[in-house]
Design a protein around this ligand. Structure first.
Ligand code: ATP
Ligand code: MG
Ligand code: MG
Ligand code: MG
Length: 349
């Protein structure tokens, strides 16, 4: 019997469009002999759609608006109309309401097996403040950072700014605590630009993180597994911009390049793969994640930048490419992820 696999995409996130692109790659790689694949879209306003409406969402690439402010009852009704007889779900959602534990909680409540990290790992991995605190506690090297709420910023912004810049120096990277694809992130080189960077980040989250900016090489590793996670070969990103921002990641005329495997010394390759597994375990990861590293040019030392519990799966994305270079095709990775989802579900029930 074929397994009914729901592939969920879109969602209420600043990474809505990237999710559509990731889902398109996954839909085309799931083996139709093994799986009965059901595309399921979530509009920007949170309404669930299946069938032709979901296909239309994919082909329009983020243009579908949906109703402005659906009521909770409307969202619930849309959800129950699309989540019929599914054996397993792949939530191909990046950022808020998808990669942050919220949808994982929904699947837990409904007792549906799902691919990837559970509630805790998703929430911890999405929040750059909590993530970095957990990494630090696990003894992993992390960048120097400070954080504050947008409330604190409105009441004592001037004092915060001078205190933080005195501690971290320049440049700094100002980021919303929860998001991805570099959305809402600014590199600040001049104190005069700090307030605007905070205002931008505050559009996406009520908590803001400010990190010391380093001169870095960027290394990424894919992780796959539950209790015995495995790390792929590392890859390197040569950014074509001032930093690896949204346009550099996804625009068709981006100058960025992926170098796979990353040209590193053999010991450094082992270090980075070990650190990737430890980062995955520090948040209690399951299924998959991509761990992003900085290799500081000055000291040639590694730091864990962040973990992404639902990394990009677009045609140009690092996660599937690193496994391909490690001998795992995308269909094989997806088979494995589905097995891991069932294994985790069986463990809990
Ligand atoms: P992703 O798409 O990987 O989820 P993200 O939105 O979570 O991205 P980060 O990975 O934290 O954001 O940062 C995006 C990019 O900004 C990094 O890849 C790097 O180019 C640059 N960057 C971020 N923080 C720093 C830092 N502290 N020092 C130097 N460069 C940084
Ligand atoms: Mg990220
Ligand atoms: Mg991300
Ligand atoms: Mg990143």
């Amino acid at each position: 019997k074929q397994l009914a696999v729901g592939v969920v995409f879109g969602g209420r996130s600043g990474e809505h469009e990237i999710s559509l692109r990731s889902a398109a790659t996954i839909l085309s790689a799931l083996d139709p002999e093994k799986y009965h694949v059901i595309p399921i879209g979530i509009t920007r306003s949170g309404v669930w759609v299946a069938g032709p409406a979901a296909t239309e969402m994919l082909s329009l690439g983020g243009q579908v608006g949906g109703i402005e402010s659906p009521s909770p009852a409307r969202i619930l009704a849309s959800l129950s109309s699309v989540l019929g007889e599914l054996d397993v779900v792949i939530p191909v959602l990046h950022g808020t309401y998808g990669e942050d534990g919220t949808i994982q909680g929904l699947f837990e409540m409904m007792d549906i097996p799902y691919v990837g990290c559970g509630v805790l790992a998703s929430a911890a991995g999405m929040d750059k403040i909590v993530m970095k605190q957990l990494f630090r506690q696990a003894g992993l090297p992390v960048v120097e950072f400070r954080w504050f709420t947008s409330h604190a910023w409105t009441t004592e912004g001037d004092a915060l700014q001078s205190d933080i810049l005195r501690q971290l120096g320049l440049p700094v990277f100002v980021k919303p605590a929860n998001l991805g694809s570099s959305v809402g992130i600014t590199r600040v080189d001049d104190p005069a630009d700090f307030a605007a960077a905070v205002a931008l980040a505050a559009q996406y989250d009520r908590r803001i993180i400010v990190e010391k900016g380093y001169d870095v090489r960027e290394i990424e590793v894919s992780v796959l597994g539950n209790d015995q996670p495995e790390a792929s070969v590392p890859g390197e990103i040569i950014s074509g911009a001032a930093f690896y921002d949204y346009a550099d990641k996804y625009s068709p005329d981006s100058q960025s390049q992926l170098v796979i495997p990353a040209p590193l010394a053999p010991e450094q390759i082992e270090d980075v793969r070990r650190l990737a597994v430890r980062a995955f375990q520090a948040i209690d990861g399951a299924g998959l994640a991509r761990v992003d590293f900085f290799l500081l040019r000055q000291t040639n030392t590694l730091m864990v930048n962040e973990i992404n519990t639902m990394p990009g799966f677009t045609r140009i994305s690092m996660y599937p490419k690193l496994w391909e270079a490690s001998g795992w095709s995308l269909p094989a990775v997806l088979d494995r992820l589905i097995e891991l989802a069932f294994a985790r579900h069986a463990e809990k029930s």
